[in-house]
Design a binder for this molecule. Structure first.
Ligand code: GUN
Ligand code: ZN
Length: 469
């Protein structure tokens, strides 16, 4: 055992169970894995000594976390666009398809230059890490070279990541489109070969990325489905049913499929390693299809508000048995922070409840209309739910012994002196551990994230400085 953290530890055991150890103790082994985690009897110092002896950790470095500090599992962003970081915070007056044409495609086109990628991608990845995202599922652009830069950036900064070269062979606009399905598949194979040559192990992995059904022909979709399968069951990510105009367009483009979700199923793209962003406009049959194929959902509430796409009914997805994680969807979303996504997920879920309540025909139906996401469920989506969605829950997602130590040290007193008025969070004597955690979710910002660890290595230092690995 190399390091032992002692202090307030919070993590998810399951969708509904949040474990708060106040105080708790967590041991990290020299290879960056969690060796043990347990509750300490408050006010009994002997308890710590006994735990250290029991776990053979007497010679470990002891990190006593100060009061008002939380140790949390790293956050997982299951859907984010690295090249769109540059225009985050602009463009939220246009709906999806016009926004893609006006903001997204012209910016993504610039990544034809490797130098542009080298300048921009480190800023996006560092911002993501700084916000406490220890695992991200990134979209790059159409370009093999720039997407290689993105993967190397994740390796260098120490973030756990899935990185995707985007594929699209129609409806690009201003020349931001690949020449043909065949050329897109050739480039994707080349990019995957280069990726293997990087030899970066399991921490940074490729993910097959057809942008969405609007911008891919059936030939390209099925070619990518085959390729993911033939290359040993690669992960797949795309967008599904984000906006009504998009859904209508897909219906026109693929009249033979039963639904938008059916388009992906018909082309071999719904697998237990498929991540579908948004899923705002789905039917019960679609949700059943996702559950049956094992494909899961990246819920991107900030983006759904930013682009005015709609309000996703996460409860319906969970009740259908679908896997769900959270995504920032920068720059459809205005923040890289998964904490911001948690807040918006809670708001979105409550809105769904109120709309269902208003539409209910009698008092009994109204009462049973909807149960909004709880704080515990929302934190699960941000951590263990995301890990399950990405099929990495045997490696990360909570503090279960044997998993790698992906974690955040959250200092709720950060931001300035007590009386400066500058702190994002104010903690008072009456706040217990559960209330401190609730304040973290609702009012903290990245200033409160004082350290970030991936696989036991510190990748953001105590004063927020970057640490390249
Ligand atoms: N659908 C297809 N491409 C995109 C994209 O870049 N962002 C979002 N939010 N939706 C998309
Ligand atoms: Zn997206």
């Amino acid at each position: 055992i190399a390091t032992v953290f002692v202090g307030t530890i919070v993590h998810s055991l399951s969708l509904s169970e949040l474990e708060i150890l106040a105080p708790g103790v967590l041991g990290v082994s020299a290879d960056g894995r969690i060796a043990f985690v347990e509750r300490l009897e408050a006010g009994k110092p002997d308890d710590l000594a006994a735990a250290l002896t029991r776990h053979n950790a007497s010679s470990a470095q002891i990190r006593r976390l100060p009061a008002h500090t939380l140790l949390l599992p790293g956050l997982i962003d299951t859907h984010v666009h690295a090249p769109q970081y540059v225009f985050t915070g602009t463009g939220y007056t246009l709906p999806l398809l016009s926004w893609l044409a006006k903001y997204t495609f012209p910016q993504e086109k610039k990544f034809a230059s490797r130098a542009h990628a080298q300048e921009m991608y480190p800023r996006a990845v560092r911002r993501s890490l700084r916000c406490g995202t220890t695992t991200a599922a990134w979209y790059g652009t159409l370009h093999v070279d720039a997407t290689d830069v993105l993967a190397r950036t994740c390796v260098k900064t120490g973030q756990r990541a899935f990185v995707g070269k985007v594929c699209m062979d129609r409806n690009g606009g201003e020349g931001y489109v690949e020449e043909s399905a065949a050329k897109s598949l050739i480039d994707t194979n080349k990019w995957l070969d280069d990726f293997e040559a990087l030899k970066c192990g399991d921490r940074v992995r490729p993910i097959v990325t057809p942008r969405f059904a609007v911008s891919c022909t059936g030939e390209l979709l099925s070619g990518l489905g085959d390729l993911a399968r033939e290359r040993g069951g690669l992960h797949i990510q795309t967008h599904l049913a984000e906006n009504r105009a998009e859904c209508a367009f897909v219906k026109e483009l693929f009249p033979a499929s039963e639904s938008y979700a059916g388009v992906y199923r018909d082309h071999g793209l719904l697998t237990p390693r498929t991540v579908l962003a948004h899923c705002v406009h789905l039917s019960d049959a679609d949700r059943t299809m996702l559950h049956e194929t094992g494909a899961g959902v990246s819920h991107c509430p900030v983006s759904n508000f930013g682009l005015d796409s709609g309000v996703c009914d996460v409860r319906a997805l969970l009740e259908a048995g679908c896997k769900v994680g959270l995504g920032s969807d920068v720059a459809g979303g205005w923040s890289m922070s998964i904490v911001e996504a948690m807040r918006s997920a809670i708001v979105a879920s409550r809105v769904v409840g109120h709309v269902k309540h208003a539409a209910a025909t009698d008092a009994h139906a109204a009462k049973n209309a909807h149960v909004a996401l709880s704080l515990a469920e929302t934190f699960y989506l941000a951590t263990l739910g995301g890990a399950k969605l990405l099929d990495i829950d045997s490696t990360t997602g909570n503090f279960a012994p044997g998993k790698e130590f992906d974690a955040l040290v959250v200092n709720l007193d950060a931001g300035g002196s007590e009386d400066s008025g500058a702190r994002p969070v104010d903690i008072f004597d009456h706040d217990d551990a559960a209330e401190m955690f609730e304040k973290f979710v609702f009012i903290s910002d990245d200033r409160n994230i004082s350290e970030v660890y991936v696989a036991g290595r510190r990748v953001v230092g105590p004063s927020g400085e970057r640490v390249d690995v």
